[in-house]
Write a protein that binds this ligand. Sequence first.
Ligand SMILES: Nc1ncnc2c1ncn2[C@@H]1O[C@H](COP(=O)(O)OP(=O)(O)OP(=O)(O)O)[C@@H](O)[C@H]1O
Ligand SMILES: [Mg+2]
Length: 1050
Amino acid sequence: AQYAASAVGSDGVRVMMESALTARDRVGVQDFVLLENHTSEVAFIENLRKRFKENLIYTYIGSVLVSVNPYKDLEIYTKQHMERYRGVNFYEVSPHIYAVSDNAYRSMRTERRDQCMLISGESGAGKTEASKKVLQYYAVTCPASEQVQTVKDRLLQSNPVLEAFGNAKTLRNDNSSRFGKYMDIQFDFRGAPVGGHILNYLLEKSRVVHQSHGERNFHIFYQLIEGGEEDLLRRLGLERNTQQYQYLVKGNCPKVSSINDRSDWKLVRKALSVIGFSDDDVEELLNIIASVLHLGNVQFGGEDSGNAYITTDTQIKYLARLLGVDGSVLKEALTHKKITAKGEELMSPLNQEQASSARDALSKAIYGRTFTWLVNKINDSLAFKDDSFSSKNASVIGLLDIYGFEVFQNNSFEQFCINYCNEKLQQLFIELTLKSEQEEYEAEGITWEPVQYFNNKIICDLVEEKFKGIISILDEECLRPGDASDITFLEKLEDTVGGHVHFLSHKLADGKTRKVMGRDEFRLLHYAGEVNYSVNGFLDKNNDLLFRNLKEVMCMSENKILTQCFDREELTDRKRPETTATQFKNSLAKLMEILMSKEPSYVRCIKPNDAKQAGRFDEVLIRHQVKYLGLMENLRVRRAGFAYRRRYEVFLQRYKSLCPDTWPNWDGRLVDGVSTLVKHLGYKPEEYKLGRSKIFIRFPKTLFATEDALEVRKHSLEKSFHFVCLCKCYVFLVKKEIAQPFVYRSAAILIQAWWRGILARRRAQRRREAADTIRRFIKGFMYRHQPRCPENEYFLDYVRYSFLMKLHRNLPKTVLDKSWPTPPPALIETSEHLRKLCMQNMVWKYCKTISPEWKHQLEQKMVASEIFKDKKDNYPQSVPKLFVGTRLNGEDINPKVLQALGTEKMKYGVPVTKYDRKGYKARARQMLLTGSSVFIVEDTKLKQRIDYSALKGISVSSLSDGMFVLHVPCEDNKQKGDVVLQSDHVIETLTKVAICADKINSININQGSIKFTVSQGKEGIIDFTSGSELLIAKAKNGHLSVTAPRLNSR
Ligand SMILES: Nc1ncnc2c1ncn2[C@@H]1O[C@H](COP(=O)(O)OP(=O)(O)OP(=O)(O)O)[C@@H](O)[C@H]1O
Ligand SMILES: [Mg+2]
């Protein structure tokens, strides 16, 4: 049980506060307990404001949830959100109504203790919405079978029905609950909801007959008139016009923009059938609603004698039919009062005014009792019906949605009851919280330091004490024969409780207070502040009298609902019915008993402004509520002593990574582990205490520092924690040797639930991360052209990363592959460096592997490229053709020639055509290259030898012909002039010459023509033109004309 308690007990909620602490400067602390200055109301409100601004409407005070009405739809109630809060560990979840719901649910499941959630706050603060969220959470997350589904549906559908009949538009809230509600949800041993029960408190019946300006009657009237089908309205004798009904026009507010009566009507009709109302039930119910409207339209005239008579007969006709009563009896009952004098019953006529109030009293009685009937009917439908499992075995979660403190300009009997109710709830809160705090200290062996708090029992006593309390005095005044009035009641109060420190009246007050009090007012000093009550109407409202003869008429009704509401026994019972206040007091006492037997969770709702507007934080209004909800008092009690406590195993598990001695595992006793850990963290002795099973930390800042240190390593820790929890849970169950099969079953279910929870949280975590990434990505994309900033950091890094990864996958494989991905702007320079490096690397690798022959080949090709590339038309064609060592081998050359060469070794030989310098006659020759000279060979003879040193230059055309001229000095007698040659391998041939003669720079590539020396002083010219084929001939101008085909268009 140890473990279970630690995970789900009051600590459970506390655990949550540690998440997202890093953001606390912006979003405040998510638990007020962690406010450094916990007594400061300013700090408290500032924290609320910060969070409200960030749409964080929930904050804890320990296990109390404070909720600020956002007045707008926040996307925080989706199924995904429910999943996030479902399960055991909520380290990473922020405060939420779902967290509290889940916590209560798990406490109920694991500790088998009934739970209750007390939801309080001003009108419009969001109580009803909160209770609906809780119900929805259970409906979605709890296990279900087909049968359970029906219960779930009914539980959910009870809300629209109760709201239609019990809610109304007020100045404060368009959907204000005009009754208090306590709802039990029953769960079976599997944790599935199997039933429910509702208790209702103090319906504001006066609304049926009167509404203040800007307010409406209960929704159902408008829904029926706006949405009811034609023939239904005809049957009920109603017109589709709310303005026709006296009970609906008082507030002068037929329409409300936020309400659609017609569609609500459909919802209510559907809900009624889901809950199990038959068509007959609905018909009877609507008959009653219609009769109330007709009653409102019953008008009275006055006879001369002053006696009232009815002027509107049609209404009576409808009423007689709808209520199933005799028209004339009803007529008489509405205008007379039955009195018993001297043992005889007499009918005494009423005057106009009396008749009107008798009529209104009847309307209120009918409506009020019908409402109670409705609640009972819903209860029947929600009742736990499985005989195999008695309801005693069911566990319960109760939801209390009840009016918070009300302080108006003018406060009457209703506010008195409501505020009394809140005193009682505060009393309960104090008792339960202090008790549990004290018990915890005791259990942990830590000295209890008494907390200074205000115990409001004294005020509860002032109101409810027998004989001496305000309610007793009121009752007494109501029952007393004679001329009792509201004022005599006030005087009685002054006489009886005038000396009480929490009571004041105009008469008893000092001069200053008198100025702000009416003569008909008394003041109670409530725990949350002072409230003045006007005694006007106290007696009437407390008596809530319905004349006996009207009761009799109702008892005769044939309407099936009314026969249940007006019991004939009531007529014979001579005992006086209980007054309203006493009824309320008794029902509250019962409620307290119910709540006392349960473990409470608190939801304190706050409304941020009076205008029902989103985003407005009205500080004055909020401060008022913080005060009247007693939140500072809550916090003080909670913070007295230690701000924070945690079971050793949980503490150690969370923080063990922060100390080398406890990481990864601590083998010794837990308390020693925690002690080692906190010493390592530098906790000072006054900052903490070690109890039997928990560490208590006094100041929030100590925890913050620890939490900050953890932030870095949180991720990995979280995973391991889940697993350990699961194992512990299992071990606990096994150790206990619980033999009953159903416990094994629930153990299995529990483990499954744990595991599912873990999986779901992992999934949720992944989804969250994915969403974050996408968001960051989109933002980054939008900011991508800006200089690096937090918005685009992620995106830019990603772009870089993805470029580099892409490059990595697509690097060019060969030096010839010139493809390269386009770099992002920030990486242009880098990309260029990388490209060069990559190329160098490929070249280097290539070079390492080539053979010497190939290297030689390439060196020659390189030279050819240097000389001819982009200059000579047939160069590109030569590139793929390998250069050969020589084109003339030994057998191609005459032996005599070889002999003549002597020791000179031939390096290259090629067949060439020589053109005579004069007639340009073509002759076949061989050209041989040796280490020192070029030889032109004719058959057996070395016709000409040109030493490389004597070679002045070489000319060649830019076209695709093979002509070239070797220029020699003309003054050299040995030479007869320049040599005009043609080779079929001109690129190769000249490259060889250039290399052998080391004349790479002496090769001239000419456009148009080449001039050469024919003989000393005489010049020859070769003209080059491009044409379709190669033609070499002497032209008429005496030049050698060469036409070369165009191979490459340039
Ligand atoms: N969590 C919420 N999210 C969005 N809107 C909300 C939320 N809570 C309340 N509201 C809005 O505030 C209105 C009033 O809330 P609700 O009816 O719950 O108040 P209440 O405290 O029950 O008041 P009353 O005491 O008058 O019944 C709702 O109709 C809704 O418009
Ligand atoms: Mg409400």
